[in-house]
Design a protein around this ligand. Structure first.
Ligand code: NAP
Length: 249
């Protein structure tokens, strides 16, 4: 069945792969990202492949922008019943060097963003008596040096997910989290650059610690999101799936 899906932070990386995958699954997809032109470019690529997609510029941490974006999706594609909270940023630093603005920025995009988007979309899901929410957590939720802000936010995504599952289950809405390990995207490229390590060497070092002996690709995460969004996953809720090439937690 065709549904309307919203994927945040979907202009590139894991979000773009997820948007492509949900479009291939037959859904109409709204790509929400900070810069409308970049969101529209990714949407056009999906449309060129025969899918249905639109790009919308919005900051997920801005309540007004979130309401406007969800209203626009409803008007242009129909009421959204699938939501993937994927937008994310890094502001890594050791605790003693971490600024308040680095802490707040990460909390705002991941947690406030997922809260605002979920609150706006659940109204449509409850009305439809069907919905899927997938939140992007991370293996960093288990703790990671230099990521006090990000680890706290990604652990918070898991608590949010479980609570949404409990509150919304009676309306046919499931909520699950995908927690990727090392995935090759602009985000991990930026991390290598900040550490002064060539990306290839960074990937090689990470792969040594990954049981399946390769790095992750955005499509690996998209496949897990696709499962949680499927009709058949209706009895799976409140779960955290580590997509990390090996066991975690
Ligand atoms: P990415 O390549 O940096 O893409 C993130 C996207 O989110 C960008 O398009 C970015 O827009 C957008 N974004 C940032 N702030 C936003 C905001 N306030 N409102 C709307 N969009 C916003 O990152 P990625 O690697 O694909 O990561 C996607 C998600 O997976 C994130 O939640 C990340 O934490 C999580 N994750 C990634 C990895 C990994 O190894 N890559 C591992 C675990 C978890 P701009 O380009 O305009 O900044």
């Amino acid at each position: 069945m065709t549904r309307t899906a919203i994927v945040t932070g979907a202009a590139r990386g894991i979000g773009a792969a997820t948007a492509r995958r949900l479009a291939a699954d037959g859904h109409a997809v709204a790509i929400v990202d900070l810069v409308e032109e970049q969101a529209a470019e990714t949407a056009q690529a999906i449309t060129a492949d025969g899918g249905t997609a639109i790009g919308i510029g919005a900051d997920v941490s801005d309540a007004g922008a979130v309401t406007a974006a969800v209203d626009r999706v409803t008007a242009e594609l129909g009421a959204p019943t699938i939501l993937v909270n994927n937008a994310g940023i890094l502001r890594d630093n050791l605790l003693f060097k971490m600024s308040e603005s680095d802490w707040d920025a990460v909390m705002n995009v991941h947690l406030r963003g997922a809260f605002l988007m979920s609150r706006a979309v659940q109204a449509h899901q409850v009305e439809a008596k069907w919905g899927r929410i997938v939140n992007l957590s991370s293996t960093s939720a288990l703790g990671n040096r230099g990521q006090a802000n990000y680890a706290a936010a990604k652990a918070g995504m898991q608590g949010l997910t479980k609570t949404l599952a409990i509150e919304l289950g009676r309306y046919g809405v499931t909520a699950n989290a995908v927690a990727p390990g090392f995935i090759e995207t602009d985000m991990t490229r930026a991390t290598a650059e900040r550490m002064g390590v060539p990306f290839d060497a960074f990937v090689d070092a990470m792969v040594k610690e990954i049981p399946v002996a390769r790095s992750g690709r955005p499509e690996d995460v998209a496949a897990a999101v696709s499962f949680f969004c499927s009709e058949g996953a209706g009895f799976v809720s409140g779960q955290v799936l580590y997509v990390a090439g090996g066991p975690r937690a």
